[in-house]
Design a binder for this molecule. Structure first.
Ligand SMILES: [Zn+2]
Length: 105
């Protein structure tokens, strides 16, 4: 479960899709306390792995299957939808936004 590191709010599936998966990642806000949060390092790594796997399927896997163009396009769209609607909401975890403020001394 993706939880807000500040107030402990557990993100619902809908909040994860609309407030995170379909939005630019740089400005993620907690829907409960409005604090800026960002995905944890582990979920960023997982995100990259999922994108690489997705790209490999789309650019190498699907052409190898020699499907009709329409089927290939639909399959690509389905994979992107699965990524946005299933993989991201299931894997994302949040941490407090790092403002890179250096403590003096
Ligand atoms: Zn919060």
């Amino acid at each position: 479960m993706a939880k807000c590191p500040i107030c402990g709010h557990a993100w619902t599936y809908r909040q994860k899709v609309l407030g995170y998966a379909l939005k630019p990642r740089t400005r993620t806000k907690c829907p409960a306390c409005r604090a800026y949060i960002e995905p944890s390092t582990a979920s960023i790594i997982f995100d990259y792995m999922a994108i690489i796997a997705l790209a490999a399927l789309v650019f190498a896997g699907i052409p190898l299957m020699h499907l009709p163009v329409t089927t290939s396009v639909m399959l690509t769209g389905a994979l992107i939808l699965i990524y946005i609607l299933v993989i991201i909401p299931l894997t994302v975890r949040f941490k407090q936004y790092d403002y890179n403020i250096k403590t003096p001394g």
